[in-house]
Design a protein around this ligand. Structure first.
Ligand code: 7TS
Length: 401
């Protein structure tokens, strides 16, 4: 059986999304900016796609939703443009992010720091959550931007973006949120709270890879990151990704339609699966369920290196993660586990299971069995795990639990 439980890394493309994109490769392939019928053939698809994307986050017509190549580009754009406009010019000297942002925010902030920008990396608490008061305490009159993700990709922790947005409005600070892990999992409506910039990416909600977007509130438009032609109102040059726009439009429409299912059925499956996992001795989950996206579990199995568990899972046809795919090759401790100050031995034991609306109960039943067997096998050969917690008689019986 093949089971895909790495939906926070990327998702399967919804077949309906693929079907809508297909004509834009070998039939309607014109450059939308050209002056002939090959170009104008693409216009209805672009228009419909953009309307669906605006509707998906409830952006107003006067706001700008600019299509980019990925969330990484959108995140780089926000921070670098703020640097050019506010920091380099000396109007402000400071930005604030959380210490568990995606690397596309953290690495960009570090780069700006090397250019002289002051950066505050807000800590998370023992539940992997952010306290609004720490945001308040760190804002100064020289703060240009606060950038805090809506939901964390590792734990699924939902951050208080409404309160942070309100605080930023009160203090006159620009507010950006990376909503990559929120779309399709939580209601996202840019009119319901104060947000100046919002990042999202199609491949996280069953759309194609290579299409991201940045929402900019009317009056808060950024200077472009990519200069060139007049595409996307001059905010983001480069020939439009026509199929990508069509696909992202269909994908966000479908994701919004499936939101109730995600928040009830997927959540219920996740909760039951998590209950079963937690019955295994010496397992830990950081963030309380109610404060998490409905699809995510980050769980530690004491004494088991995350990579070893992934190996056993992969051999059984199951795809999960030890953290973000971007960090998977360098065997570093999970960044969230480090940020909450988990002991070194636990920091390396986190496994992330992320479900989607395509996940089935059979897949989770099968995965549970594989995990149970892997725990016994790996703890049996673990040098750091002693099978002799208090009250247990034997230190060596690897089947004892
Ligand atoms: N922001 C967040 C919160 C993310 O989770 C990711 C990808 C990105 C930005 C980057 O998106 P992209 O469109 O540039 O690809 N996160 C993960 C992950 O958790 N595992 O692999 C990729």
């Amino acid at each position: 059986m093949n089971v895909y439980l790495d939906n926070n890394a990327t998702t399967i493309v919804d077949p309906q999304v693929f079907a809508e994109m297909e004509p834009y490769f070998v039939q309607k392939y014109g450059n939308p900016n050209s002056l002939h019928a090959f170009a104008s053939d693409t216009h209805p698809g672009i228009k419909a796609g953009m309307e669906k994307i605006y509707a998906g986050i409830n952006a107003h017509r006067e706001d700008s939703v600019v299509i980019t190549s990925c969330a990484t580009e959108s995140n780089n754009w926000v921070l670098k443009s703020i640097y050019f406009e506010y920091i380099l010019t000396g109007r402000k000297n400071h930005i604030m992010i959380s210490e568990v942002e995606h690397p596309s925010i953290i690495a960009t902030a570090k780069f700006l720091e090397s250019l002289g920008c002051r950066v505050t990396y807000l800590p998370i608490n023992h539940e992997g959550l952010i306290d609004v008061e720490t945001v308040r305490n760190n804002i100064t009159d020289k703060t240009a931007l606060v950038s805090i993700m809506w939901a964390n990709n590792e734990t699924g922790a939902i951050f208080p973006v409404e309160e942070i947005g309100e605080l930023c409005a009160e203090k006159g600070v620009l507010f950006h949120t990376d909503a990559v892990q929120a779309i399709g999992k939580l209601p996202v409506n840019v009119q319901l709270f104060n947000v100046d910039y919002l990042t999202f990416s199609a491949h996280k909600f069953h759309g194609p890879k290579g299409v991201g977007a940045l929402y900019m509130k009317k009056g808060k438009e950024l200077i472009p990151l990519l200069h060139g032609g007049s595409q996307m109102g001059g905010y983001r040059s480069g020939t439009l990704n026509v199929a990508g726009i069509v696909g992202m439009g269909k994908a966000i429409e479908a994701a919004v339609d499936a939101l109730d299912f995600e928040m009830t059925e997927v959540r219920e499956m996740r909760d039951d699966f998590e209950d079963e996992l937690l019955k295994i001795e010496d397992t830990f989950v950081v963030t309380p369920r109610k404060k998490r996206t409905p699809n995510t579990i980050l769980i530690s199995f004491r004494g088991i290196e995350g990579e070893s568990m992934l190996w056993d899972l992969n051999r059984a046809g199951i795809g999960a993660s030890t953290g973000s795919a971007c960090a998977s090759e360098d065997l570093e401790a999970n960044s969230v586990m480090e940020a909450i100050g988990a002991a070194e031995d636990l920091a390396h034991t986190a496994i992330r299971f992320s479900l989607s609306r395509y996940t089935t109960q059979e897949e989770l039943d099968y995965t549970l069995k594989v995990v149970q067997a892997a725990v016994i096998r790996l703890r049996g050969i673990s040098s750091s795990y002693a099978y002799a917690p208090e009250g247990h008689e034997s230190g060596l019986d690897s089947h004892h639990h």
